[in-house]
Design a binder for this molecule. Structure first.
Ligand code: SF4
Ligand code: SF4
Length: 442
């Protein structure tokens, strides 16, 4: 038997904890009375609201947009009235303007949207469709997809990788999408292949999802598409790690995948591209997993972007009394939060409500120089040193923090319970600000 493909260094094997929602079919959650739609959901300059308090808006209408830096736009998932535009504080202390819309339950669509179209075969038209639909990478980073699909002309891309690893514990959103919408996913992939210069696709799925691998293999009749199981090993779904596992190409430090002829998109993003091209439907909803022993009815749901988390909790039966932590995303890379008025965004892959039993908290103690953090770092970094220089703000020695992919593996293995990843991530933010200041001051 051939060995499963995987990345070269580091990695861990956390408990998958997928069983809570693995078998749960996707449910479409009814859209609540009020949506909180953030104007900034992508990497880059925030979108500017195009609507004001009192305006009546339609489903699929663009309500915020930016042309600065990385262009993007935000659409309304409902028709209704804008009742407030205010700032909310998101995890990481990010202040973001939120457009608050009262649902009129009419779902009156913006003209020309959600109507079946002839699929284009023109690359530039595809880019325009994807940009107009406000599609961004739905795996977490939120990079505008039309920019990612269009690398510089001198960087030819031949390989398209679908990131279907879903290596974060608990999360099953991509898994459910693969087994419930396999034809749509494959049609989306073929459409992208037919319309872009890319000639070959590899779908990388962790080996702990045999049903997804089987389902896609059974319907695949296109020789350009390979479905490849990859080893269940965290962080298998990190972009550079997956590219290496599937193609043996190494993306140079601080470079993007197109440098080695690759573009990576995740399952949800491909489905969104297909919806936009086939139905002229913008990105107004997403699939996410709601899990953890703290939530009474763990589920996989399709919810409108901007749905407040408190409504999702209610839809999932409420919280158990012993819930201790709420996490936006997976347990390894997600961000803790405690404001349930916050909404889900285009990049919310999961909401976890965890009990004490699920996340043991122990006192931090001194480093015992065991080297475990060093051995598991998939980027070959020295997390102990990076944490120390980050805490002390020794900028001259902090350059390596930029290579951290924020996977959390170092924190996970540390027997002294040192929060290495969190400190390194904070160090990275500070170091980036320091670099900007230094550039400005010449
Ligand atoms: S969080 Fe950063 S330093 Fe820690 S293991 Fe992951 S890449 Fe390495
Ligand atoms: S894993 Fe923890 S205790 Fe071991 S070397 Fe790293 S920081 Fe020190």
């Amino acid at each position: 038997m051939s060995r499963l493909k995987t990345f070269s260094i580091g990695g861990i094997h956390p408990s998958g904890r997928k069983e809570l929602t693995e078998e749960k079919k996707l449910e479409r959650m009814p859209v609540p009375e009020i949506l909180h739609i953030p104007v900034n959901q992508h990497i880059g300059a925030p979108c500017v609201p195009l609507v004001k308090v009192g305006d009546r808006i339609l489903k699929n209408q663009i309500i915020a947009k930016t042309e600065n830096g990385l262009p993007s736009s935000v659409h309304s998932p409902i028709s209704g009235e804008v009742i407030e535009i205010k700032e909310m504080i998101f995890p990481g202390k990010r202040k973001i303007h939120v457009i608050i819309v009262k649902n009129d339950k009419q779902y009156e669509k913006y003209e020309g949207t959600e109507i079946e179209n002839e699929l284009t075969n023109d690359f530039n038209e595809l880019l325009k469709i994807v940009e107009n639909a406000g599609i961004i990478g739905m795996g977490g980073a939120g990079f505008p997809t039309h920019v990612k699909l269009n690398p510089p002309k001198d960087k030819p891309v031949d390989l398209f990788i679908i990131n279907a690893a879903e290596c974060e514990p608990y999360l099953n959103a991509d898994y459910r999408a693969m087994i419930e919408f396999p034809e749509k996913l494959m049609n989306g992939i073929k459409f992208i292949l037919d319309t872009t210069p890319m000639k070959k696709v590899i779908i990388g799925i962790e080996s702990n999802k045999p049903l997804a691998i089987k389902t896609l293999k059974e319907i695949n009749n296109d020789s350009r598409i390979d479905i490849v199981p990859v080893k269940t090993r965290y962080p298998q779904g990190a972009e550079k790690q997956l590219i290496y596992a599937l193609s043996k190409r190494t993306v140079p430090i601080r470079k993007l995948p197109f440098e080695v002829g690759v573009i990576v998109q995740n399952v949800g993003t491909v489905l969104a591209i297909y919806d936009a091209a086939k139905m002229n439907k913008p990105l107004i909803e997403r699939i996410l997993t709601v899990s953890g022993k703290g939530i009474k009815e763990p589920k996989n749901i399709i919810a409108a972007i901007g749905t407040p988390i408190k409504d999702i909790i209610e839809y999932c039966g409420g919280l158990n009394d012993n819930t201790e932590y709420a996490v936006n995303g997976g347990p390894m890379m997600g961000k803790a939060f405690d404001n349930f008025e916050l909404p889900i965004t285009k990049t919310t892959s999961g909401l976890l409500f965890l009990t004490d039993e699920e996340c043991e908290e122990s006192e931090e103690s001194a480093c015992i120089r065991c080297s475990k953090c060093l051995l598991v770092c998939p980027m070959g970094l020295n997390p102990t040193t990076l944490m120390d220089v980050s805490k002390k703000r020794i900028y001259e020695l902090m350059d390596d923090v930029l290579d951290c992919i924020e996977c959390g593996s170092c924190t996970y293995v540390c027997p002294s319970n040192r929060d290495l990843a969190d400190n390194i991530i904070k160090g990275k933010e500070r170091y980036n600000k320091y670099l900007k200041r230094s550039k400005k001051n010449g």
